[in-house]
Design a binder for this molecule. Structure first.
Ligand code: ZN
Length: 183
């Protein structure tokens, strides 16, 4: 089922996600619906806050993004990340590694806005999967950026909070317009 994506101004986007204690049918159904919603919106990531449910669940799919490769390692070995997508992460913990790199980002809750955001180039992620088992991996490239963007959502942090002054000023009018339409 395709869910409604809430836009900036909706209070769920500023809510810290509640920890998920049990991976039950309800959570699996929410994740399935989020996969469908992300695909329909042609997004590379979606957090539960964006469908109005403030819990620690996000989904990612960084396949098929021209010129923006991802890399993923499990147990130190490079793996084909396509095999793991779409990927759902429950209660993710993210460790950021390496120097800041600037990259373009958009957000399904900010239609029409994109901006450059500086983030560490790599991450290690520990989370629970939809089968209830632990998932642990390292990511670089677009996947590392998308994980950080979604992990921020789970804590009520939005990409506009991470812009430098110049970028924030550049998008300010559009951000205010979206907020006015949605609050
Ligand atoms: Zn977003």
């Amino acid at each position: 089922m395709i869910l409604e994506i809430v836009k900036y101004g909706h209070p769920a986007l500023r809510a810290k996600g509640k920890r998920i204690e049990a991976v039950n049918e309800k959570i699996r159904k929410l994740a399935e619906d989020m996969f469908a919603t992300m695909k329909d919106a042609e997004g590379v990531g979606l957090a539960a806050q964006q469908v109005g449910v403030p819990v620690q669940l996000c989904v990612l799919d960084t396949r098929d993004v021209p010129n923006r490769p991802s890399r993923m390692k499990i147990d130190g070995k490079e793996i084909n990340f396509d095999d793991y997508m779409p990927l759902a992460l429950i209660n993710p913990e993210v460790e950021k590694i390496g120097p800041l790199v600037l990259g373009g980002e958009g957000c399904l809750s900010f239609p029409g806005i994109s901006a450059d955001v500086a983030r560490p180039e790599a991450v290690t992620v520990k989370a629970t999967g939809l089968d209830g088992n632990p998932i642990e991996f390292e990511a670089k490239g677009l996947l590392a950026r998308a994980v950080q963007h979604e992990h921020d959502h789970l804590h009520g942090i939005l990409f506009i909070d991470r812009l430098n002054k110049k970028e924030r000023d550049r998008v300010d009018r559009d951000v205010r317009r979206i907020a006015a339409q949605n609050s």
